[in-house]
Design a protein around this ligand. Structure first.
Ligand SMILES: [Zn+2]
Length: 213
């Protein structure tokens, strides 16, 4: 107990005194009836872009999968361990969510890593390099575009990766089927940490349009 981060313990005390006290009934109901979130969010691990904070959600409202750079790999049934695909399978097949939101964000370290074509790996195994390798063709095209500034390249790849992940969602047969049946909608969004702006992907054109505050 003594070694547990004090900041977290203090936060827990505040949570119990305020939020849990106010929402005791909701937590009890969620515990007995189970969760029925209508939306799954795929977000980055980045500590500044927590979807529960950005969307001000209550417990039980969003089913969240977070990974480095909020990527959805293509459907790939094999003997490997697929954390993101497992979360998708549960959200779509069991919870039957109506929406999947891929939430990207500004200043994403994973995207920066993908754009740094000759960067040194963080470990000899280079898990991040392999994971971000999903974006290699797009990252190379963007990284070598000398007409753009580095900031423009960063934002461009962040948004390209959201469209890429949404396309990959459609490679999962049960996601494609439910989308075709009108039971599931796929969305993209991009959060600018510095300004708080949220940009929503137009599902027809793929362009990002700033949402009203
Ligand atoms: Zn990120």
């Amino acid at each position: 107990m003594m070694d547990f981060p004090e900041k977290l313990l203090n936060g827990y005390h505040i949570f119990m005194k305020s939020r849990f006290t106010h929402e005791r009934e909701r937590y009890k109901q969620l515990a007995y009836e189970g969760q029925k979130p209508e939306t799954m969010v795929i977000a980055c691990c980045d500590s500044r872009a927590a979807p529960e904070t950005v969307f001000d959600t209550d417990p039980g409202e969003i089913f969240v999968m977070r990974n480095v750079a909020n990527l959805v790999p293509p459907f790939h049934p094999d003997k490997e361990y697929h954390a993101t695909s497992a979360a998708l399978e549960f959200a779509v097949q069991s919870l039957k969510v109506k929406n999947i939101v891929v939430l990207g964000h500004a200043r994403c370290g994973g995207i920066r890593n993908a754009l740094d074509l000759d960067g040194a790996p963080l470990s000899t195994v280079d898990f991040i390099g392999k994971w971000m390798g999903l974006l290699t063709p797009a990252a190379e095209a963007v990284a070598t575009n000398t007409l753009m500034t580095s900031g423009e390249r960063q934002t461009a790849l962040e948004r390209i990766s959201i469209r890429y992940s949404i396309n990959n969602l459609r490679t999962f047969p049960w996601i494609k089927r439910r989308e075709d049946q009108g039971k599931l909608a796929l969305h993209g969004a991009w959060f600018d940490i510095a300004t708080g702006e949220l940009w929503i992907m137009d599902r027809r054109t793929g362009d990002f349009i700033r949402a009203e505050e």
